[in-house]
Design a protein around this ligand. Structure first.
Ligand SMILES: [Zn+2]
Length: 301
């Protein structure tokens, strides 16, 4: 991989897909100008989006956290720049980076699990990202884990995301904190990463929250291993980076639920904090030729 020459952040386009389609080409153009790279040297564009991406068309069909539906990202970028754009779900982009420069490099089959504002996954099977029929694989956050549990953003109850997303971790920890600190007084501000760190320091309320979260994550990991016989499961996200206690719980839970967990490893991502962004760069590098990560050897249209 080369060197990232320049980065820029622009506003969030939540609820404003039309704005994104208008502004993204300008933002990319400005980056080229600032970097002194002539436009005709641009060979490809890679995009990672947190949502369902239709594989054939490169359209974002639905992105709940952005409130987008049917956004033709690939078509618009290809039209603006005259080069191919590879658009993927951000989990798939993260897994591609892990497969290229992370801990996934050494294995043929792994799952990539990210814990953030939601819980998502991507699968690399026999050396290729598994996209499924349309590209919608990896929605592990909506695996039902608690029958009749908390209402999820998807409209169903008890999804993994209602237990293990950052927001869910924070709500759960607030309840455990209150049990350990009865009496008046406000609950301190809690964020998922600091809960993870507090569990490492031996704070009981944080360990209890992490025990519950890790137990359910381990059940999900065990199901993945039973189903797919993976070499490795990679975890990423602030909460797993901030401490090692949670990883220990996930490993113990997986061992107790999987038929043969000993054959598989559970490890933290080694790509760094911006795996999905790096994955998008790999997608850009591959957009001018056959995408190595398309399953069934199918070339992009
Ligand atoms: Zn759900």
């Amino acid at each position: 991989m080369g060197r990232i020459r320049r980065e820029a952040s622009i506003r969030s386009f939540r609820g404003d897909a039309a704005g994104a389609l208008d502004e993204l080409p300008h933002a990319a153009m400005s980056l080229l100008e600032e970097t002194g790279v002539a436009r005709d040297r641009l060979q490809g564009i890679g995009v990672a989006v947190p949502g369902l991406i239709h594989q054939e068309s490169g359209t974002c069909v639905f992105a709940p956290n952005l409130a987008w539906s049917d956004v033709p990202l690939r078509a618009r970028l290809a039209e603006a720049f005259g080069v191919r754009a590879n658009v993927r779900n951000s989990m798939q982009a993260g897994a591609i980076a892990e497969a290229r420069v992370g801990v996934g490099k050494a294995v043929r089959s792994f799952a990539w699990l990210f814990i953030g504002s939601g819980v998502g996954a991507a699968l690399v099977l026999d050396g290729k990202v598994f996209y499924g029929k349309r590209g919608y694989t990896g929605e592990i956050g909506h695996w039902p884990v608690v029958p009749g549990g908390v209402l999820c953003a998807c409209g169903r109850r008890g999804c993994l995301e209602t237990i293990a997303s950052n927001e869910a971790i924070e709500a759960l920890t607030a309840r455990r904190w209150a049990e350990h600190h009865p009496g008046p007084g406000p609950t301190p501000p809690i964020d998922a990463a600091s809960v993870s760190a507090a569990a490492d320091r031996g704070e009981r309320f944080a360990q209890e929250a992490m025990n519950e979260v890790g137990e359910h994550l381990g059940e999900a990991v065990a199901s993945l291993l039973n189903l797919l016989d993976l070499d490795l499961v990679v975890l990423d996200g602030d909460v797993v980076r901030a401490g090692s206690y949670l990883l220990g719980v996930v490993r113990a839970s997986t061992a107790s639920h999987a038929l043969d967990a000993h054959a598989s490893r559970i490890a933290l991502s080694t790509v760094g904090a911006d795996a999905m962004l790096k994955g998008a760069v790999f997608l850009a590098m591959e957009s001018g030729s056959v995408d190595r990560f398309v399953s069934h050897g199918r070339e992009e249209a």
